[in-house]
Design a protein around this ligand. Structure first.
Ligand code: DGJ
Length: 728
């Protein structure tokens, strides 16, 4: 077992292959966090903490006159509240008698095989062969108020998950207005924090900064995990880089408002916590109600960020993503959005399909504009009825005719939204979020349907099933194109309005679960104006997410670089689009666009009827290449070899058995008389010899890794290279 309880030391240690996580039942039953880091064996790590009298750090109530025991400095697994811990709050509760307090003490623990699950919430999964679960029950010192900490342990993956269940067993209702899924106190706080920030069309830009005293936080209040701050954070030592140094990653398996807080305290300790954002969050805990907090996936690497990313990639790819496509090759698709926008007919799509089939493309995706009154983005959302007049045929006929061309058929939908100019809105104006007496704000001229309400979900479920039952539809792009505001659920009493935002997310998950259960073979691609909801929660339902609405290959390098810190390439929706690029007007070689899109699920999003014969030939080759490299891209280990600000952006895939490797290099800066660029490869077997395809040259693995590879450098902007090595 990876989880071990030491009766004498009162420690619970979780050992994964390379890491140890430890907690200890400390003085007065407080559950201490004593260690997370490189694997150690069996030691009680609490010796690192000194109990001492710290001025203005109040001693615990039950410690009598002992001044050395203060919750303000003790490293805890879940913080207490209003009983002497003045650091960032974890679970904030007002009990039925009006008192604000949480003073958690150990009650019991339980170790079982297999991974826990969370009802109604996405979470990593795993049977008894793969995972173990630790449950630790904590109880408030005075009240019948319980917090059960859940830990899922994947020994081989070096992954530990955390979540918690919060339960009030008192007669009187308690009110909770802040809750974290996990919290961890580090004894030293000399760390940097990585956050992944952005905006629409530039998601997950990497920012690294040193943590200073006080609270550093990122979060979202947009109702979605957001383009602006991704729910993934890394803490690391100041010397940590790709290949060395300590780092910790935390990925929230949640798609709504979140808050990640890192506080350096007066004693230079660090508290890190992740939870649902406390703004507009207020949960009534009636007697017996158990409130489940979403999961956080955690991992530690003692050998740099590259290793940490690989750990997350393996975990997400194999134990979070589900369905037929999780490990199989996704069809190479062509999406008509950037080819036609709203201006298309059924015949136009069929002609795209015909042309696409000749090039080896395998699926046509009909994007926005096929339903209701939808010729611009100001109307029609909610009316999920094919516009036969516009298409010039029924959806059934269109699907059949595309399939006759040899392509699978995929469809776009944006279920969570409604246009005021729609039949649905005329019938059910009250289904959209709106605050009483106020006109709701519009985003892209549309309103948000409250998925927290059963009637809304039922309508959408029926509407989606009707579409998917029309014909042989293999893929759904599930879009969501605005931030949420005016959150108010008329079915809830005033005192429960603080639950409306979370209920929306639970409703979304419920709907996604029903759809994926009924159509297990349909490939779902998540999307929110590109990557506005690119999070581990959504990946439980859709094994791929459209990474960004910015399809420019050069800007994509940066976006995909940031995305790669947590999310595997198999989840990254990426397409070759037209030039000049529609978002920024840049011109890049078709080859380079192909190379960049191959760091993702790969597809096309342009009008192929406008392509030259030469370009079409190149597309054929790209598709062949993608098929050849697919298993490496999907399942291989991914290495970042450069940072975005360098002259080349280079990344590498290595198969798990180190037999094959694909190096991708894009020149981002054209310079006259430029210095040579040597790139050191990673992950190869140093003792083996590798043959480079094309040149036929054979290199020693160690030479490529310690010496490097001299990249070609042609004249011209944005040249790119794919170097394929096979062990001989
Ligand atoms: C936003 C998506 O990210 C685009 O790819 C496209 O599907 C549009 N929505 C359609 O409205």
């Amino acid at each position: 077992m990876a989880i071990c309880y030491d009766e004498n030391a009162k420690t619970i240690s979780i050992d994964t292959e390379h890491t140890t996580y430890q907690m200890k039942i400390g003085p007065y039953g407080v559950l201490l966090h004593t260690y997370y880091g490189k694997r150690i064996s069996g030691e009680d790590m609490s010796y690192l903490f000194r109990y001492s009298d710290i001025g203005f750090s109040t001693a615990m109530g039950d410690a009598g006159m002992d001044r050395t025991v203060s919750l303000d400095t003790m490293p805890q697994e879940m913080p207490s509240f209003n009983v002497g811990d003045y650091r960032a709050e974890g679970i904030r509760v007002q009990h039925g008698d009006g008192s604000y307090a949480l003073d958690l003490r150990y009650v019991s623990h339980d170790i079982t095989r297999g991974k826990y699950s969370l009802k109604g919430l996405p979470a990593m999964y795993g049977g008894s062969e793969t995972a173990e679960t630790l449950k630790v029950v904590l109880k408030d010192r005075a009240k019948e108020f319980y917090v059960t900490l859940l830990y899922g342990v994947y020994e081989e993956l070096d992954i530990i998950t955390r979540a918690c269940l919060i339960e009030n067993r008192e007669e009187k209702t308690a009110v909770m207005d802040k809750a974290v899924s996990m919290s961890m106190d580090f004894l030293t706080g000399d760390m940097d924090i990585y956050t992944f920030n952005g905006r629409h069309e530039m998601e997950r830009e990497v920012e690294r900064r040193k943590l200073g005293r006080g609270i550093t936080s990122v979060g979202s209040l947009r109702g979605t995990s957001s383009h602006q701050h991704n729910p993934f954070v890394i803490l690391c030592s100041s010397d940590t880089e790709e290949e060395y140094g300590e780092c910790y990653g935390f990925s929230y398996v949640y798609s709504g408002n979140f808050l990640a807080e890192a506080e350096i305290s007066q004693r230079d300790q660090l508290r890190f916590a992740m939870g649902i954002h406390p703004s507009r969050f207020r949960i009534l805990l009636e007697k017996g109600r158990v409130f489940a907090m979403p999961e956080v996936i955690m991992s530690y690497s003692g050998s740099g960020l590259g290793r940490l990313s690989i750990q997350f990639h393996r975990a997400i790819r194999n134990y979070l993503c589900r369905g037929k496509y999780k490990n199989s090759r996704r069809p190479v698709l062509i999406n008509n959005w950037e080819a036609t926008y709203f201006d298309f007919t059924g015949e136009k799509l069929i002609s795209i399909a015909e042309e696409a089939a000749k090039l080896g493309i395998e699926m046509l995706v009909m994007d926005d504009g096929w339903f209701g009154k939808r010729n611009l983005d100001e109307s029609g959302l909610g009316d999920w009825i094919p516009n036969e007049e516009k298409l010039g045929m029924s959806l059934k006929e269109l699907v059949e005719r595309v399939r006759e061309k040899g392509l699978a058929f995929g469809i776009w939908i944006e279920p969570e939204m409604v246009s005021e100019d729609s039949l649905l809105y005329q019938e059910h104006p009250d289904w959209a979020f709106a605050l009483p007496g106020r006109t709701p704000g519009r985003g892209r001229c549309q309103l948000v349907l409250d998925l927290g309400r059963e009637c809304v979900r039922e309508y959408l479920y029926q509407a989606i099933c009707k579409i998917l039952d029309t014909g042989d539809i293999s893929y759904v792009k599930w879009d969501m194109n605005r931030s949420i505001c005016d959150v108010y659920n008329p079915e809830l009493p005033p005192e429960q309005q603080g639950e409306a935002g979370h209920k929306y997310i639970l409703g979304l998950y419920d709907l996604l679960e029903r759809i994926t259960a009924r159509y297990p073979d349909v490939l779902l691609e998540g999307c929110s104006g590109g990557g506005g909801r690119f999070d581990a929660g959504m990946l439980y339902y859709s094994p791929q997410i459209w990474c960004s609405d910015d399809t420019d290959a050069i800007e994509r390098l940066k976006i995909q670089y940031g995305t790669s810190f947590c999310y595997p390439v198999s989840t990254v929706g990426s397409h070759v689009s037209a030039c000049p690029n529609h978002q920024n007007g840049r011109i890049t070689p078709l080859h380079t666009r192909g190379v960049v899109a191959m760091a993702g699920t790969f597809g096309y999003e342009l009008d192929i009827s406008k392509m030259s014969d030469q370009d079409k030939e190149e597309v054929k080759e790209q598709i062949e290449d993608y098929k050849k490299y697919f298993d490496l891209v999907q399942d291989g280990d991914y290495y970042r070899l450069t940072k975005p600000e360098e002259d080349f952006t280079v990344w590498q895939f290595v198969s798990r058995d180190r037999e094959k490797s694909l190096v991708n290099a894009v020149m981002t800066s054209a310079k006259a008389n430029a210095p040579d660029y040597i790139i050191r490869l990673k992950g190869l077997d140093p003792e083996s010899r590798y043959k480079e395809e094309g040149s036929g040259k054979i290199y020693q693995g160690s030479a490529l890794m310690w010496g490097g590879y001299l990249l070609p450098r042609e004249i011209g902007e944005y040249q790119s290279y794919q170097l394929y090595f096979v062990r001989v």
